[in-house]
Design a protein around this ligand. Structure first.
Ligand SMILES: [Zn+2]
Length: 504
């Protein structure tokens, strides 16, 4: 740490109200100066070359032209020459496997695994997000223990005790599948807040989630009309955004299309949800693309396309194997997640999956979703980058880069992809916390890239380091911390292997 001379006496500048608030909720994160860097703010098409960026107490304190005389006390300097500073990426749709999920598991291969001390397992997962430039992650629901674990982790990361992305923890609310089954073979189970099929229980579920400290609500597919509407409306009243699946079509208590667009969620969690609607009613007719895109646009909903998710599922369906994880990320998949990727746990490789009704439309569904996503983009519907990791084939962290490339392939300009991966996600999950742009006063969730992402969006994988909630982690330090956890992961793998032996 040393004073970095830039002329302005920033060290003596009064702390802003926001910085004081940050200081009371988290330990001071320190001061960094990124020198002579190209800034891509992402909320504009502008690019600012040769800038000095001061990060202090979790915020972007100053951005000014290189060479401006300023003095920053006690700053660590990060050499930005030849590098590009962009907003940190957000995975707007994932399912984080945590220690809590492992404790909840009824799978004999997993239940009761010795996870050791100091949350080693969770720490490794969180570090891998940072390694990929992912400084924000929205979890769209998991087991009760996993959700509890994430709510705890969220606080540990915010306080700077664990390195990781800003977590947004969603509560999944789903009705009993039988209650909306098109041909019910048994009477619908009684409604309860854990599985509501009445408006009152839907409202109770939202209130409980709010009390537990969840960040948002994920309505799921098997909610009947009145329950779906009650959840969406109660969430809005309680200041919780909704991002989820579209309700089932075609049964007596189900919604129809007009109902869904008249009672919109904040965001649709997959473009595949819209493709499902198109499949049910119009057999994926290309004419339906424009109708659906118009309806989404008019409803005000935003969309997380998760194209890479659909691509990966189609790949498993067609090739009957899990597609390769890019680069050297395959080694980053932890041994517990890996178990879910192989049969019989991987249902996408099962005969039942291949032979289900409508399987012949899977491949066309991906094409439909791409064309539809392009139509949404053309209408200015805000898109976010989500991946559904760790679905088989999609590793935490790197899957975000894969989805960014998917969005580039359907026509988004690189800066629009960056916007989808950052600003649009902040607007969706945490608008009070700022825009997510690289601008003075914004939270310092940033990625320093070795190469220009506007020249080639694939350059988002060339990461020199990240600022995660104002703390600088160069790639070498992330790698060093990950290496510290590798012995733990090898031991976990051994435990799983010994169990397999014992079972045979
Ligand atoms: Zn999901």
């Amino acid at each position: 740490m040393f004073a970095y001379l830039l002329g302005l006496a920033l060290g003596a500048a009064p702390a802003t109200a926001a910085a004081q608030t940050a200081a009371t909720t988290a330990p001071p994160a320190g001061t960094w100066v990124v020198s002579d860097v190209t800034v891509i703010p992402a909320d504009t098409d502008e690019v600012w070359m040769h800038r000095t960026v001061v990060i202090r107490d979790g915020k972007i304190a100053r951005i000014f032209p290189q060479g401006t005389k300023a003095k920053v006390n006690n700053a660590t300097v990060v050499d930005g020459r030849g590098k590009f500073l962009v907003p940190g990426f957000v995975d707007a749709h994932l399912h984080i496997a945590t220690e809590g999920a492992i404790r909840d598991s009824k799978d004999a291969a997993i239940a009761g695994l010795d996870l050791g001390q100091e949350h080693r397992y969770d720490r490794q997962i969180m570090l891998r997000f940072l390694k990929a430039g992912v400084t924000g992650a929205a979890n769209l629901g998991g087991s009760a223990g996993s959700d509890e674990d994430l709510l705890r982790l969220r606080g540990e990361i915010d306080a700077g005790r664990i390195d990781g992305p800003k977590l947004y923890v969603g509560k999944r609310i789903n009705g009993p599948r039988a209650a909306v089954a098109i041909k019910p073979t048994q009477p619908a189970p009684a409604s309860k807040p854990e599985s509501p099929s009445t408006a009152a229980d839907g409202i109770a579920a939202v209130r409980r989630a709010r009390e537990r400290g969840y960040d948002f609500i994920k309505p799921y597919q098997f909610l009947n009309r009145e329950t779906y509407r009650a959840i969406v409306e109660e969430s809005a009243r309680r200041g919780l955004i909704t991002t989820g699946h579209l309700p089932e079509l075609g049964c007596a208590s189900c919604a129809d299309r007009a109902f869904v667009f008249a009672h919109p969620m904040t965001n649709i969690a997959h473009s595949e949800e819209l493709a499902r609607f198109a499949r049910v009613e119009h057999d994926l007719s290309p004419d339906d693309v424009e109708r659906l895109a118009d309806a989404v646009s008019a409803s005000g909903m935003s969309v997380t396309p998760t194209l890479v998710t659909l691509k990966t599922i189609v790949d498993m369906y067609v090739h009957r194997q899990v597609p390769a994880v890019p680069g050297d990320w395959a080694a980053s998949v932890d041994p517990v997640t890996r178990l879910d990727w192989v049969p019989p746990a991987n249902r996408y490789l099962s005969r039942a999956f291949r032979e289900q009704d409508g399987a012949d439309t899977f491949s066309a569904g991906y094409d439909f979703a791409r064309v539809l996503t392009r139509a949404l983009w053309k209408r200015g519907v805000p898109l976010t980058v989500g991946t559904d990791a760790a679905l088989p084939g999609l590793a935490f962290g790197v899957s975000v880069q894969q989805e960014m490339i998917e969005l580039g392939e359907i026509g988004l300009k690189p800066v629009e992809v960056l916007r989808a991966a950052s600003i649009n996600a902040h607007r969706l999950f945490d608008p009070q916390a700022g825009s997510g742009a690289v601008r003075e006063g914004q939270n310092a969730n940033l990625v320093l890239l070795e190469a220009d992402p506007l020249a080639d969006i694939q350059n988002v994988s060339k990461i020199a380091g990240v600022f995660a909630q104002g703390r600088w982690l160069p790639m070498a330090e992330i790698d060093r911390k990950l290496a510290q956890g590798e012995a733990f992961e090898r031991e976990l793998e051994q435990q799983i292997r010994r169990r397999k032996h014992a079972a045979h």
